[in-house]
Design a protein around this ligand. Structure first.
Ligand code: HEM
Ligand SMILES: [Ca+2]
Ligand SMILES: [Ca+2]
Length: 322
């Protein structure tokens, strides 16, 4: 009976409410959940600052494919075609070992109680907080999928060369709007991207062998050094070179100066959509406004199509269905 694992059992909770997500979901069944997540994160981030960024991104790539159901964590098997080999994920997603470590500590403390989908959501929030970003109340109670979708991963995660219209379409498909798009793109205040993901801007932005004219000149030359025309696709550059491991609003300030790394960052300002242009300027001016909206949009993204109640399962190992 999956009800056994619910926070409400025997404590007078309301069944109807408890079938949705709730911040108190593990209050009785595993009260130490967030402490365990945070202690593993602190250790992992102290060894490798970038882990915070990688874990934040993992939640995004999970939620945009079948919802926030840990589908991204499943390895290839007889029945599973792993999302890990999709174009956006292959040679790119990181932090999976940290999720495994959190899971094994939680299995020790509270066997088969905390879902992998919730661990990914908790790790994304914890990574934001430990990087200096906002905190927020995180609804919990997501259950884990028994399936993955390689096609979904290839088709529903926006590519870095997308136009502003395309980005908006990808987000609308998930029930997210322009405000969510700009605020969540602010996650690029931490972490890095590979040459392969921004090379087009340096050498052939519009199929005419010309660079993107919106790139500030000295930034352009720096990027060409990191990312030559061929042979260095895996070299990396910070998404926010001003403060690559600090969660702040520098990302938006850099966009205003033509120093956004990805085309998808740049077009929030230079695309033809007034609303996203204005939001970039507002968040560049007002960090607390950005933090508030980021927290709200992360909550919205974290609530995408969760499996609840009797749907899905709580995996014992995040890489495999039970
Ligand atoms: C708006 C559309 C988005 C596009 C086109 C996009 C694209 C990318 C690309 C191409 C990379 C570099 C990957 C690599 O080189 O392997 C990246 C990194 C990253 N993305 Fe996004 N992204 C988007 C939205 C988001 C959202 C919504 C989040 C989280 C809320 C996010 C968080 C991150 C983080 C933190 C990194 C750095 C990861 C690391 O250093 O390991 N991105 N993104
Ligand atoms: Ca998913
Ligand atoms: Ca930053």
């Amino acid at each position: 009976n999956p009800g056994f694992h619910f926070g409400w059992n025997g404590h007078g909770g309301n069944r109807d409410i408890s079938f949705g997500l709730s911040p108190q979901f593990y209050q009785f069944s595993c009260p130490q959940t967030n402490d365990i997540v945070m202690s593993v994160l602190e250790k992992a981030i102290s060894k490798d600052m970038r882990i915070a960024a990688s874990l934040l991104r993992l939640h995004f790539h999970d939620c945009f494919v079948q919802g926030c159901d840990a589908s991204i964590l499943l390895d290839n098997s007889a029945k599973i075609v792993s999302e890990k080999n999709s174009k956006p994920n292959k040679n790119s997603i990181r932090g999976l070992e940290v999720i495994d470590e959190i899971k094994s500590k939680l299995e020790e403390a509270c066997p088969q109680t905390v879902s992998c989908a919730d661990i990914v959501a908790l790790a994304a929030r914890g990574s934001t907080v430990l990087s200096g970003g906002p905190n927020w109340e995180l609804p919990l109670g997501r259950r884990d999928s028994k399936t993955a979708s390689l096609n979904g991963s290839n088709n529903h995660i926006p590519p870095p060369n997308a136009t502003i219209e395309k980005l908006i379409t990808f987000f609308k498909r998930q029930g997210l709007d322009e405000v969510d798009l700009v605020a969540l793109s602010g996650a690029h205040t931490i972490g890095v991207a590979r040459c392969a993901t921004f090379k087009q801007r340096l050498y052939n932005q519009n199929g005419n062998n010309q660079p993107d004219q919106n790139l500030e000149k000295s930034f352009f030359f720096d990027l060409k050094n990191v990312c030559p025309k061929s042979g260095a696709d895996n070299r990396i550059s910070p998404l926010d070179f001003g403060s690559p491991s600090m969660f702040d609003n520098t990302y938006f300030k850099l966009i205003l100066r033509g120093k956004g790394l990805l085309n998808s960052d740049e077009v929030l300002l230079t695309g033809s959509v007034k609303e996203t242009q204005e939001l970039v300027k507002k968040y560049a001016q007002d960090e607390s406004l950005f933090f508030e909206q980021f927290a709200m949009s992360m909550t919205k993204m974290g609530n995408l199509r969760p499996l609840t109640g009797f749907n899905g399962e709580v995996r014992k190992n995040c890489r495999h269905v039970n």
